[in-house]
Design a protein. Structure first.
Length: 352
């Protein structure tokens, strides 16, 4: 039996849709999408790319969706292992007509801490981290006695916002700085000011860095753990290295983002914290990182409150970004004070 002859479609809505379905043959597109290399965003990125491709008339079937997922998963992990500042570059390009498919490939744009700060030095107007030293740093150093007898080490010193005022006040101040561009600014300023600060350029956890052993009365890291330390293992390496540099009875001070009561950061919050320089460590993370090391905690206080109460009015806020950043607002887009984390000053004493 012969098939029934189809009737011709005349419904204008259906006909319009039928013509639009042919449009991908006449549409060409290509582009590069740069995305933060965060493994926890795999679902989000897969969906985002499927939507972009679908908007170009390239709708993926299940095996194509799975392939995209596998490719993304592999590259996100590779990028994350490089650094949280590394980007995935997804290049996509429609295939030549009459095909209505799309081809894509993924590459890494590896970015290090040194690259990030190299860019800051080239593009931002100094002072990069504020014009005034931290009140907590100065107060603690002053509490240790006659400046001429007190040796302090500023780790992750940046351009010396704290190191230089300490040295000017007579403390024996030294600095460790990882980013060559910042270390250079610091060395130039030290020379101009005729100060005796030694600048050790490199990663503080590198055992080859020639920092004197058991030498310092106070070691501090302002905005360093909070911005750039990656996990408990990284912290442990840091504290182990600092144990060797601090004299018995010496004090360690650093600022770090901690969750408030009732908030437990999940893996995605921790990963995005690294991306937004707002790395979250819980109290239990610190306990683990310090386990077996000769430190006792001596204080734990809100950095924002401490500094706001004590910095001279004309130096508040220290930078345009400080209040939002220190309140967790760079990670959570919420009104000031609503984020579940905040920057805190944590101080520890090395047992004598
Ligand atoms: C946000 S900046 C703060 C600079 C300075 N402490 C201040 O508060 O003005 C963080 C600094 O830590 C440095 N840094 C990060 N990780 C480091 C490491 N492992 N060793 C030494 N310096 C490091 C960075 O290069 C950068 O200068």
């Amino acid at each position: 039996m012969k098939g029934k002859k189809p009737t011709r479609e005349t419904n204008s809505t259906l006909l319009k849709q039928a013509m639009l379905r042919r449009l991908p043959r006449r549409l060409a597109a290509r582009g590069d999408l740069m995305i933060a290399s965060v493994p926890g965003l795999l679902d989000h990125y897969q969906q985002m790319l499927l939507s972009i491709f679908a908007a170009l008339g390239r709708v993926f079937n299940d095996p194509e969706k799975q392939h995209l997922r596998t490719v993304l998963e592999t590259w996100l992990k590779k990028g994350w292992d490089e650094s949280p500042y590394t980007r995935l570059v997804v290049h996509f390009e429609t295939d030549a007509p009459p095909k209505t498919t799309i081809s894509y490939k993924v590459a890494l744009n590896v970015v290090t801490i040194a690259d990030e700060y190299g860019h800051w030095v080239k593009t931002r107007t100094p002072p990069l981290f504020g014009a005034h030293p931290d009140s907590k740093v100065m107060d603690l150093a002053r509490s240790l006695g006659n400046p001429a007898d007190v040796r302090v080490l500023d780790v992750g010193a940046g351009t010396g916002r704290n190191t230089i005022p300490l040295a000017r006040e007579g403390f024996q101040a030294d600095a460790v700085e990882l980013a060559p561009a910042l270390a250079q600014v610091l060395r130039d300023d030290v020379e101009k000011a005729g100060l005796k600060i030694r600048v050790f350029e490199g990663d503080v956890i590198d055992p080859l860095l020639e920092v004197p052993k058991e030498h310092y009365d106070m070691i501090f890291l302002a905005e360093v753990v909070a911005s750039h330390f990656r996990d408990i293992d990284h912290l442990r390496k840091l504290f182990t290295a600092l144990t060797g540099m601090l004299r018995p009875g010496g004090t360690l001070l650093f600022s770090a983002f901690q969750p408030g009561d009732g908030y437990k950061p999940d893996q995605l919050a921790r990963e995005l914290g690294e991306v937004f320089w707002c790395v979250i460590f819980t109290r239990s993370d610190f306990e683990q990182a310090f386990q077996g090391l000769p430190f006792d905690k001596v204080s734990d206080e809100s950095t924002l409150e401490y500094e706001r109460e004590r910095l001279p009015k004309e130096h508040w806020p220290p930078t345009g970004w400080f209040e939002q950043w220190s309140s967790g607002g760079d990670l959570f887009d919420l009104p000031l004070g609503r984020a579940p984390v905040e920057l805190r000053w944590l101080a520890y004493k090395k047992r004598g």
